[in-house]
Structures are given as structure tokens and as C-alpha cells.
Design a binder for this molecule. Structure first.
Ligand code: SAM
Ligand code: FES
Length: 425
């Protein structure tokens, strides 16, 4: 199995490349592209109106207009040009930085519709309209980290902390298997209780109880030796969102002891060991700019994660970002479509956060090119304590009811929830 270690990941020197990317982004100052998409209040820009204009599709269309055309003609020229960029992305799976920038900042409802159509066409021969489920067990909300955006960060003393015992976790996995889940995801804070020995033991028990299921871990940053041990125990997928492809932005979202380079090293280690790797980022996280989003697109293009979790940032009332605006449904859907076009094979979840900011967010996610949902299998008694952001949905539903509800929701937009491991193809 370890022979995967020799696989060429195309990821060498990625940190350097992305570091350079960030420097190049700085060079674009004055274009408006570096301004925050969802700016933290009271920082940076002179007025909200300026910021909204930057992120607003209409404003950017004006920005790209030519002086010798009427506004109507300019808008239509711009739409045609951007439509051509969307087609180019579908054809070539890459764009130049300024083309990515134009496509993101010039977005309109018509362009979003076109991108979504192209995304569904790209997905069709690979996954069709089949939707894979991952049963998510939130095994602990105890975490040594203090990510500024996260509701269960160490400094939040208002959280009722819990950790699930190994036997409870295995029982949840068994229940999930009976309900038709063929991927079990164990997610949690970086809780020292789950040593390699404890976690590998849980993985082995789930692998024995559900031999036809894939086991995914999402337990944060660990050593390469630890990742290898867990892989050998039977975990074959790992979700570790990179959070942002721009090191300076990473520093704005995390305390000083958390390093972007370390996150990247973990992703490299996971891939070299042989895991299917899930990266991802929050849309509209504080300080995020259009240039950061361009860097995200480039990161996905180069690293090609097997899975990519993107969902809107949603503020949590007990964090330093409590008063920051949430990311939008509109931008999240647009980026989902772009990611599907950049990397047609990617497993792309319509996240719970997307379902939280819009009651039909997950259905809309499918229409934008997503193909995975991750309902909750955690015991109901603890779910409310795994509150990463405010108003998180599905806190009180039985797992069986959740699955039925999701199947109906997917069917309502012509998609089918399937019983399948949902491997990367
Ligand atoms: N500890 C593991 C890790 O770091 O990967 C897994 C748990 S962590 C809470 C899972 C993901 O939740 C993070 O990668 C982050 O992107 C997302 N998240 C945390 N706070 C959020 C918020 N306020 N809004 C949206 N997503 C959030
Ligand atoms: Fe550790 Fe959020 S800070 S899970």
C-alpha cells in the first residue's frame, strides 16, 4: 500500500508556488481585486459601499466596460466575453489569473446559470446525477486549536465539551451502515484523547463491522507517522481543508502557532501515504479577497484534491468573528460550478453550511455541480454541542429521518441519493 508514496503528486514546491502567487496578488493593488469579498467590520476599506461595489457583479461589469459604448452595450460585451471564459474553462480546465479574476468579479445571474449548466455537463459522464452520502460522526468537540472562525475553538468557554467513547462511535457507524451509508466520516477537534492507538482501534473496529464501507477521517493536523498508522488501520480518505491558499490570509484566520506551511505539509503527507485527500476553504471568510479566490482556483487546479469541501463562512456568536458577514449562497454556488469545471472528477459536497444559509442550499448545490452530501450520524444528545457556526441545521433529526429527508430533497431537483461508497473516479 505504501507504494503510493512514490506517486507524483504534482505538489512539490506548492508552498513556494503559492507563496509567489500571493506576492503576485499584491502586485495587483489598485485593481480592486485585492479588496475583501466579505470585509471584517471596522477594518480596511473606507465605506461599506466601496466593498459591496467590489464584490457586486453589476459593479464589476461596469468596471470592465469601455468608454465608447453605452452601459447596455458594455454590459452585453462584458457578458459575452465572460461567457466565452466560462466555455474556455469547461474546455481547458484552467484560466489565466486575470481571466479567473474577471470571471469571479464579473459574475451575473446569467453567467452563474451558464456555469452551472456547463458544470452539470462536465459531471454527467463521470457521476451522472447520482449523489453520494457520507455519514458524519462528530466524535469530539474538544480541541487544542483556537481558529478564529470556529465555534468550538479552545477559547470558547461557553461550549459544553464532549467526546464519544470508542464503542459509541462504532455503534453510530453500524447504525449508519444499516441506513445505507457506505462512507463513514469521523470528524472532531484536535483532542489528545484520540491517540494513534485509540483512533486506529476505532478505525479497525469500524472496518471489521462495515467491510464494504470507506472510512474517512477529519481529525486535523497529525504527524506523518500517525497518518500512516491510521491508513494501515483501514482509513483511506482524509479531509483537511487547507482553509486558504494564501499564507498571509491563513495568518488572519488563525493564531500565530498555526502555520499554513504545516497544513500544506499534512496534505502532502496524506497524499503520499495513499489517502484520497479532501481539501477546501470557506467562501466569504473574513479578509477574503477576489485574489484569494483566484489563488483557491489555482490551488485546486494544481493539487487536484479528490474531494473539495467548500461552504460559506457563517459567524459564530462566541468567536472573534462574531460580527463578520456570512459568505453568500450566490458566490458559493458560482465557485462550486467553477471547481467542477477545473476538476471534473472531484467529489464535491453541498455542505451543511450551504443548507444553513439557504433552506434549499444543498439542492441548489447539486444544480451547480456538487455530488456529495454529508448528513449527521452523531448521537442527537451531543449534536448541539458541535456548533461550528450559528443556526447549524439538522441538530435534532434522527439519522434515518435525515437520510429520507435528503433523498426527497435530491429527488426534487432530479438527483438520486445512492447506496454506494462514492469513490473518486
Ligand atoms: N479539526 C478538524 C480540522 O481542523 O480539519 C475538523 C473539524 S473543523 C471544525 C472542520 C471545518 O469546519 C473547518 O475546516 C472549517 O473550514 C469549517 N468551519 C469551522 N468554523 C466554521 C464557520 N464558522 N463557518 C463555516 N465553516 C466553518
Ligand atoms: Fe479545532 Fe475548530 S478550532 S475544530
Amino acid at each position: 500500500m505504501y507504494s503510493h508514496a512514490t506517486k507524483d503528486t504534482g505538489f512539490s514546491n506548492l508552498a513556494d508556488r503559492l507563496g509567489n502567487q500571493a506576492v503576485r496578488n499584491d502586485a495587483t493593488k489598485g485593481t480592486g481585486a485585492h479588496e475583501p469579498v466579505d470585509r471584517p467590520k471596522g477594518r480596511a476599506l473606507p465605506s461599506d459601499a466601496t466593498n459591496r461595489a467590489t464584490a457586486s457583479p453589476t459593479a464589476i461589469s461596469n468596471h470592465t466596460s469601455r468608454s465608447n459604448t453605452t452601459p447596455g452595450e458594455a454590459a452585453s460585451t462584458s457578458t459575452t466575453r465572460l461567457g466565452a471564459l466560462a466555455e474556455k474553462l469547461a474546455r481547458e480546465h484552467t484560466l489565466a489569473d486575470d481571466e479567473y479574476r474577471a470571471l469571479i468579479s464579473g459574475r451575473t445571474p446569467e453567467l452563474a446559470k451558464r456555469l452551472a449548466e456547463l458544470a452539470r455537463v462536465a459531471r454527467e459522464p463521470i457521476y451522472g446525477t447520482r449523489v453520494f452520502t457520507r455519514g458524519l460522526i462528530e466524535i469530539s468537540n474538544i480541541c487544542k486549536n483556537d481558529c478564529l472562525y470556529c465555534g468550538i475553538r479552545r477559547s470558547n468557554h461557553n461550549v459544553k465539551r464532549y467526546r464519544l467513547e470508542p464503542e459509541t462511535i462504532v455503534a453510530c457507524a453500524r447504525e449508519g451502515h444499516e441506513l445505507g451509508f457506505r462512507t463513514i466520516v469521523l470528524q472532531g477537534g484536535e483532542d489528545g484523547f484520540y491517540t494513534d492507538e485509540v483512533l486506529a482501534g476505532i478505525v479497525e473496529q469500524i472496518a471489521a463491522a462495515c467491510p464494504d464501507s470507506a472510512i474517512t477521517l477529519s481529525m486535523g493536523e497529525r504527524s506523518r507517522t500517525s497518518y500512516k498508522r491510521l491508513f494501515d488501520a483501514g482509513a483511506t480518505r482524509y479531509l483537511l481543508r487547507h482553509e486558504t491558499a494564501t499564507p498571509q490570509h491563513y495568518e488572519q484566520l488563525h493564531p500565530a502557532n498555526m502555520r499554513w506551511e504545516r497544513r500544506m505539509q499534512c496534505l502532502r503527507d496524506l497524499r503520499e501515504i495513499g489517502y484520497q485527500v479532501g481539501a477546501g476553504f470557506m467562501v466569504g471568510s473574513p479578509y477574503q479577497t477576489i485574489d484569494h479566490l483566484v489563488a483557491e482556483m489555482r490551488f485546486i487546479e494544481r493539487f487536484k484534491p479528490e474531494m473539495c469541501g467548500i461552504g460559506p463562512f457563517i459567524p459564530h456568536h462566541d468567536t472573534p468573528f462574531a460580527h463578520e458577514p456570512a459568505g453568500t449562497l450566490e458566490l458559493t454556488l458560482y465557485l462550486l460550478s467553477m471547481i467542477r469545471l477545473i476538476h471534473p472528477h472531484v467529489l464535491l459536497p453541498a455542505t451543511t453550511a450551504l443548507g444553513t444559509i439557504d433552506p434549499r442550499g444543498r439542492e441548489k448545490g447539486m444544480l451547480a455541480g456538487a455530488n456529495v452530501v454529508m448528513p449527521n450520524l452523531s448521537p442527537i444528545a451531543v449534536r448541539k454541542n458541535y456548533e461550528l457556526y450559528d443556526n447549524k441545521i439538522c441538530m435534532g433529526e434522527e439519522s434515518a429521518i435525515c437520510r429520507g429527508c435528503l433523498a426527497r430533497r435530491m429527488a426534487s431537483v432530479g438527483h438520486e441519493l445512492v447506496v454506494d461508497r462514492g469513490d473518486f473516479r
